[in-house]
Design a protein around this ligand. Structure first.
Ligand SMILES: [Fe+2]
Ligand SMILES: [Fe+2]
Length: 154
């Protein structure tokens, strides 16, 4: 795969995760009376998809990005945002009422959308254009995750 193909698959995967978090957050705002299920659905998605993605990314894309002087500071701040997403996920799980849960859901959805946008625009774009960065090799552990994006089920 070319760098452009891998970069496009990574951006598509981000877009689908952002959309999934957004929809689950909207569902939580819609279900004030039976909000526990919607909170659980969002919290599970964050625990099962978003946080593992973040960990895999730290060992692959971020590890390579950090070696590029112009990206090192940004990558540090992105790791910090992963931590904040983790804290917000915990707060969502602990929320004692619907409004508190919906409020923290909106915060984590907004942060994740901005975070993924930064990865697309500043980290992936930089690596994609870098002649000595082979995105396919860098991905390593993220490759399986991306397989679903490059070969969508019929
Ligand atoms: Fe990330
Ligand atoms: Fe990401």
């Amino acid at each position: 795969m070319t760098n452009e193909q891998v970069a496009n698959a990574m951006r598509a995967h981000h877009a689908s995760m952002v959309e999934e978090v957004r929809q689950r957050t909207e569902e939580l705002w819609r279900t004030a009376t039976d909000w526990g299920h919607a909170r659980h659905a969002l919290a599970r998605y964050l625990q099962d998809e978003i946080l593992p993605h973040a960990r895999a990314e730290e060992g692959t894309v971020y590890a390579r990005g950090q070696q590029i002087p112009a990206l090192a500071g940004l990558v540090r701040s992105m790791r910090y945002e992963h931590e904040v997403i983790g804290h917000l996920t915990h707060r969502l799980e602990q929320a004692f009422d619907w409004h508190a849960a919906a409020d923290v859901a909106s915060r984590v959805a907004e942060l994740f959308a901005v975070h993924a946008g930064k990865e697309d625009r500043f980290i992936i774009a930089e690596l994609e254009a870098s002649p000595d960065a082979n995105l396919e090799d860098i991905l390593g552990g993220l490759r399986e995750e991306l397989a679903g994006e490059t070969h969508p089920p019929a």
